[in-house]
Design a protein around this ligand. Structure first.
Ligand code: NAD
Length: 295
């Protein structure tokens, strides 16, 4: 296979809030996209955008040079690739790019299994949310051999603005879990800051304005508090269950490595408890309903 893959057939598995706009950017960039999702509506959207919808994962992968997975978690990614040997139909030495937010140690194992089948794995999770998936300006953190990332760089650049190379397979997923821990802790801090200030008598909008002009500013104060939380629209497009999963991945990673990180442990526990109370499919910004408790 040539070093660079561009006018190529891509199997795209997982056409949800993130995967759909990403697949559509690939179509616009000239890739031949054959997609699969459990949802018939998601497949219909892909067809309307100029892609081809497959009946099964195996059919989507048959003869593809690259397989992209954008699925809820790494276990689902693994099953999608290996169950019924779906990835067996990919071209020899094809690159599998897992762009989901999966657990890094599982990704390493998957990399070995794919390598035994003459396939290559790049983990390339993304940050930026639905808004930046739609605008094609995601941040991508790519783990894998340089030559494998080189081979799929045109594809990554069609969906993202910046592609960071993080090291060997699994390192992109480790970085993504770290990012979402910091992001998820920032959401908790921003909401609790507003709850505290409001209870004292400050105006919530004023609190957010002042944080955004001060050292307390973070991603949640800038793009979530007014837009989705104070407005009570709760429409960020990122599910609570996915955020809880990502922060638990970071907490599990710390445990595996033998690090005791207090803020990480309590952040993971808080998101898990909120998920248990509100349900995994609520928007993650709805966590204010869990945090807003009077003594
Ligand atoms: P989503 O729930 O909107 O989409 C997931 C899609 O996968 C759905 O359309 C679902 O039908 C499909 N699916 C589930 N199991 C399947 C299977 N076995 N075979 C085929 N399709 C299957 O989720 P999303 O928000 O698009 O997130 C996808 C991944 O991206 C997750 O790992 C998430 O953590 C990560 N992520 C999400 C965001 C965000 O803002 N939404 C941002 C960055 C990363």
């Amino acid at each position: 296979m040539s070093a660079t893959i561009n006018a190529t057939r891509v199997a795209f598995i997982g056409l949800g809030a993130m995967g759909q706009p990403m697949a559509q950017h690939l179509i616009s960039a000239g890739f031949e996209v054959v997609g699969f999702d459990l949802s018939p509506e998601a497949k219909a959207k892909l067809s309307a955008a100029g892609g081809r919808a497959a009946e099964t994962i195996s059919e989507a992968m048959l003869g593809a040079d690259v397989a992209v997975t954008m699925l809820p978690n790494g276990k689902i990614v693994r099953d999608a690739l290996l169950e019924g040997n779906a990835c067996g139909g990919l071209k020899p030495h094809a690159v599998v790019i897992d762009m989901s937010s999966s657990a890094p140690n599982d990704t390493r194992e998957l990399g070995s299994e794919l390598s035994n089948r003459n396939l290559r794995l790049v983990d390339a999770p993304v940050s930026g949310g639905v808004k930046r998936a739609v605008s094609g300006t995601l941040t991508i953190m790519a783990g894998g051999a340089d030559s494998d990332i080189d081979a799929v760089e045109p594809l990554l650049k069609a969906v993202g603005q910046q592609v960071f190379r993080t090291g060997p397979v699994g390192s992109g997923h480790a970085m993504k879990a770290i990012n979402n821990f910091v992001s998820g802790a920032g959401v908790l801090a921003a909401i609790e800051g507003v709850l505290l200030g409001r209870a004292f008598g400050l105006e919530p909008e004023t609190i957010v304005d002042i944080l955004n002009s001060s050292s307390g500013k973070n991603n949640a104060t800038e793009v979530k508090m007014k837009q989705f939380i104070l407005s009570e629209t709760f429409g960020s497009g990122f599910a609570l269950g996915l955020m809880a999963k990502d922060i638990r991945i970071a907490a599990d990673l710390a445990k595996t490595i033998g690090l005791r990180l207090e803020a990480l442990a309590s952040t993971a526990d808080t998101w898990d408890a909120a998920q248990a109370k509100l349900g995994p499919s609520e928007d993650h910004t709805k966590i204010i309903a869990y945090l807003d408790n009077s003594l």
